[in-house]
Design a protein around this ligand. Structure first.
Ligand SMILES: [Zn+2]
Length: 78
């Protein structure tokens, strides 16, 4: 069985989904839910459309904007 050729799909994306911080967006939008960032614990907004993106693109996880920036910097420095 050959597994050498695999079509690239949206699943190849990976990465982190960043959620807007409540400090940056105090009002939020209808349907947004407050949750704390699993990484740093800051309050941020979980948007209903993000849940679908996480499932479709097999993201590594979700975190606030600040943590996402840190993670990108970490990845680039390696
Ligand atoms: Zn965070």
């Amino acid at each position: 069985m050959s597994t050498s050729i695999r079509p690239r799909t949206m699943k190849d994306r990976g990465g982190w989904l960043c959620m807007p911080l409540c400090e940056n967006v105090p009002e939020g939008k209808p349907g947004w839910k407050k949750m704390s960032c699993p990484n740093c614990g800051k309050l941020c907004w979980e948007r209903p459309e993000d849940a679908g993106i996480v499932r479709i693109s097999k993201l590594d996880g979700v975190c606030c904007t600040l943590c996402a920036l840190e993670k990108v910097a970490e990845r680039c420095s390696k």
